[in-house]
Structures are given as structure tokens and as C-alpha cells.
Design a protein around this ligand. Structure first.
Ligand code: 5GP
Ligand code: ZN
Length: 113
């Protein structure tokens, strides 16, 4: 298993885990880009959003709901937060296990870089 995030799920690599359930795991990003920066990932290895299929639809929805719940727990509901999925190296994806970034706690700018 050479996937970094699969190894985090397996507990082989330590992470600051903030949520687990039967379909997802969430942990703090090692190189945070905002005061709150959490990654929400499916337990199942899906390489990217581009690889997701119809059978992943409920998992994708679940990841978004987990993201919102965690943002709420972090106190971001009022100030706002951003959810990001980078797909492909050209869009900044560096780990090829689908993950949703949850960023907040500072002013978020648009357009993103
Ligand atoms: P991407 O660039 O693929 O959208 O996001 C990958 C994210 O994973 C980056 O924000 C990076 O900081 C984070 N990351 C990379 N390696 C590790 C690690 O070993 N532990 C944690 N917690 N985050 C990591
Ligand atoms: Zn993986």
C-alpha cells in the first residue's frame, strides 16, 4: 500500500484525527493554509474526483456533510469556510486519494490561486 492517506486510515502514519465513521476519516492538514485546515477523505481509495463513479455518489455527499459538521464544530458557520477538492496535478492535487479540504478562520479570497 503506497498511498499516504490509506496509510493514515490504517493508522500506520500518525495524524491529528478529528472524525472517523464507517465511510470517512478527517484529520488536520500537516501544512495548514488557514487557522482551520482539515482534510476529509473516504475510507475507500478513490484516486480523484475524476475517478469517482455513480456508486461513489452517496460517499461524496457524505464527505460534504462531514465537512459541514466539522466546520460547525470549529466555530466557522458564522464566519464562513471554504471546501475545496483539487483534481489533477494541474489543479494542485498532490496526494492521489480523493480528499476534501475544509479551510476557515481567516478571510478567504476569490479567485483562488
Ligand atoms: P492536495 O495538494 O492533494 O489537494 O492536498 C494534499 C494535502 O495533504 C496538502 O494540503 C498537504 O499539506 C497534506 N498532507 C500531505 N502529507 C500529509 C501528511 O502526512 N499528513 C497530513 N495530515 N497532511 C498531509
Ligand atoms: Zn488511498
Amino acid at each position: 500500500m503506497d498511498c499516504l492517506f490509506c496509510r493514515i486510515i490504517a493508522g500506520e502514519i500518525p495524524a491529528d484525527v478529528v472524525h472517523t465513521d464507517d465511510r470517512s476519516v478527517a484529520f488536520r492538514d500537516i501544512n495548514p493554509q488557514a487557522p482551520t485546515h482539515i482534510l476529509v477523505i473516504p475510507r475507500e481509495h478513490i484516486e480523484s474526483l475524476d475517478e469517482a463513479t455513480q456508486r461513489d455518489e452517496s460517499t461524496l455527499g457524505h464527505l460534504l456533510r462531514v465537512a459541514a459538521r466539522l466546520a460547525n464544530q470549529e466555530g466557522l458557520s458564522e464566519s464562513g469556510y471554504r471546501t475545496v477538492i483539487n483534481t489533477g496535478a494541474g489543479a494542485g492535487q498532490s496526494v492521489f486519494h480523493l480528499h476534501l479540504h475544509v479551510l476557515g478562520g481567516r478571510q478567504m479570497n476569490w479567485p483562488p490561486g
